[in-house]
Design a protein around this ligand. Structure first.
Ligand SMILES: *Cc1c(COP(=O)(O)O)cnc(C)c1O
Length: 400
């Protein structure tokens, strides 16, 4: 078996993007702001995860799932024609080529395996556009677990195909009718549901958000992206490390997993948010869904709804570790408009024959913008292509 397991190069606890340890904090962000019964459930998840990641049996089983089911390792593709046009050397980490079409599978396979190890028989998840719900339903089916997915009523109407996909995979989809009937409310409802069933169900969070240990654990399950890319860059680049490492940021899991592989290098990190969902670039300190982080809020501190053409970037906040990386100046967070993202998607399709997810197209839009300005000619750029564009075809069809 190829060594594709995460955690190949453990980062010292004291280093940036290391283990937040018992405090569960990234600087002033993070924490476990949850009802008492969930605090206990999170403690159990933390303990089980720490045991599991130290166990070669668990690591081997996860490596095998990632290789045989998810299709890892994913290639690092030089974007030759586009690079020539832009005057930089752009490399794409191809998460779009994984089973189910995005990086989300890395995290759900890890959490599903952990849930089975903890003796849980069911996964609970929230989903917005349905991508995390489909990934969770997939992992549950593969490991013989049940899946219950909470989804806002409005999202259910807008994403009928993904709702069917989840049901096809055997998952139960529960409509959420509270609040704005979208992702924020689905997340609140899923957490509320978990309170009563912590002994038999695992809450499978979809990004680097939520109460400790989720932001850390999800980053560690996603660091397989960064670890693989690190090795691939070492083989491909004369300098071994790219000048810039770029990824789109919704909650921030594909970015965190990518950055983690380069935390000990001089590579500059850029997280690209949607203009209408810029938690890291424009959010304010708050507490939501169990953690202290940056969220879009109005003057009363009410959470403002995010708006983006890319459903995965439609979250009003950002994971606590990104807030911390921003404060440290270790990563920079920039925003891209819907129009720029669509133009970038078209450009990648026509130069490289790859139709990216609209989320990933945000990262590319920044690269295109920066190539005409702040990126010196010949710079090397590693960009995580978080997913494929099949899910966005009907949106693109109206605009292109
Ligand atoms: C869900 C999703 C994202 C955003 O999630 P992160 O946790 O920020 O990575 C990005 N790209 C794709 C393709 C997605 O499905």
């Amino acid at each position: 078996m190829r060594d594709v397991s995460p955690w190949r190069e453990p980062v010292p606890a004291s280093g940036t993007m290391g283990d937040p340890r018992a405090r569960g904090r990234f600087g002033e962000y993070g924490g476990r702001y949850a009802p008492e019964s969930l605090v206990e459930a999170c403690r159990e998840v933390d303990e089980a995860f720490r045991e599991a990641r130290a166990d070669p049996g668990f690591r081997g089983a996860l490596a095998e799932l990632l290789a045989l089911h998810a299709g890892r390792p994913t290639p690092l593709t030089p974007a030759r024609r586009l690079s020539q046009e832009l005057g930089v050397r752009l490399y794409l980490k191809r998460e779009d080529l994984t089973h189910t079409g995005s990086h989300k599978i890395n995290n759900v396979l890890g959490q599903a395996l952990l849930a089975a190890r903890m003796g849980r028989r069911r996964l609970i998840a929230e989903t917005g556009a349905g991508q995390h719900g489909v990934a969770t339903a997939t992992a549950a089916a593969l490991l013989g677990l049940e899946a219950t997915v909470f989804m806002g009523e409005r999202d259910i109407e807008r994403q009928a195909l993904n709702v069917f996909r989840m049901r096809m995979l055997g998952a139960e989809v529960i409509p959420v009718t509270t609040g704005s009937r979208t992702l924020k409310d689905a997340t609140s409802e899923a957490m509320r549901h978990w309170v009563g069933v912590t002994g038999d169900s695992h809450y499978c969070v979809g990004s680097v958000i939520g109460p400790d240990p989720y932001p850390w654990m999800v980053r560690e399950f996603q660091r397989v992206i960064g670890d693989e890319a690190r090795g691939q860059c070492a083989a491909e680049l004369r300098t071994g490390v790219p000048d810039h490492v770029v990824a789109c940021v919704g909650g921030g899991s594909n970015a965190a997993g990518t950055f983690a592989g380069f935390a000990d290098t001089s590579a500059r990190f850029v997280g690209v948010e949607a203009e209408g969902g810029a938690g890291a670039a424009r959010g304010r300190l708050g507490v939501l869904h169990g953690c202290r982080s940056l969220f879009l809020q109005d003057d009363d501190g009410q959470i403002v709804e995010a708006h983006s053409i890319a459903p995965g970037l439609d979250y009003p906040g950002v994971g606590p570790e990104h807030a911390h990386l921003r404060d440290l100046g270790r990563a920079r967070y920039v925003t891209v408009t819907d129009e720029e993202a669509v133009a970038a998607a078209v450009r990648l399709a026509r130069t490289e024959g790859i139709v990216p997810a609209l989320e990933s197209a945000h990262a590319l839009a920044w690269v295109i913008r920066a190539a005409g300005g702040e990126l010196p000619a010949g710079s090397t750029v590693l960009m995580t292509l978080s997913g494929r564009g099949d899910k966005d075809i009907s949106t693109l069809k109206e605009l292109v």
